[in-house]
Design a protein around this ligand. Sequence first.
Ligand code: NAD
Length: 298
Amino acid sequence: MKIAFIGLGNMGGPMALNLRKAGHVLSAFDLSADACKKFATEGLPIVASAADAVAGAEVVISMLPASAHVEGLYLGGEGKPGLLEHIAPGTLVIDSSTIAAATSRKVADAAGKRGIAVIDAPVSGGTGGAIAGTLTFMVGGSAQDLERARPVLEKMGANIFHAGDAGAGQTAKICNNMLLGILMIGTSEALALGVANGLDPKVLSEIMRRSSGGNWALEKYNPMPGVMETSPASKNYAGGFGTDLMLKDLGLSQENATAVRAATPLGGMARNLYAAHSLAGHGALDFSSVIKLVQKAG
Ligand code: NAD
């Protein structure tokens, strides 16, 4: 299958590589020359523009930072035409970025008018899951379009859920990430408390992992440097899932909560803590660096 892949960041690059490994014909593009260079050396065929990437593609996949990027790409703006004008009718678009559900619906509506099918398919599983091809996809759109996408999604992920109509994948994703953002702060507080009392963070992590406090952060993404060799914490919080991306997701969950009058007190507090962490200059670090807010300096 000929697949256009747009957005070769921490997630998109490894996802595109898995599709290429599975034998699909890729045509990839990113606005960042560095990202293009990095993945060209890993074997991805890079083209000069998003419009070039979608020429002749049966499936288009995007993995961009936020709503404005996705809306700008597909719908255009400020006098620039959107990519929908270059995508042939009958093509399937899979947007895996985490964005506002309303933006997903707006893009899907505009595409539908041109005979282009769109599903929102945000992911969970982090960069480790993107590399290993074990992501969880949360899909919004028609069941029929999901079935068209399934063989492609299966090459990048291990779990595929149909959350509901257009935008529903995004709603599921922000519920999950609100929980993750809260869990990471709670895990950080518990670890910092133990260490302040002289406990070994490796021993404490293992005790909590196998006790009632066990959670994904302790299983796969420990925020304390040196506890888990593979976690971003042990690589100076480089790569992974940026603090500013988590801040964006918590902003989306708070906007959504306001719209439906839901009570999300911990989600609101978590958003403010990640915002303070970002303001302190840590926006580009992995989100688990939020532990710095509660850890003794030095
Ligand atoms: P990233 O910032 O590493 O990568 C995004 C890439 O998109 C960048 O390389 C950027 O240059 C490119 N880009 C932006 N606008 C573009 C455009 N118009 N055309 C082409 N390229 C463009 O982000 P990421 O960590 O890969 O995350 C991507 C999405 O996945 C985000 O919505 C994020 O919330 C979500 N997500 C990330 C993780 C994670 O662990 N990193 C996990 C789950 C979901």
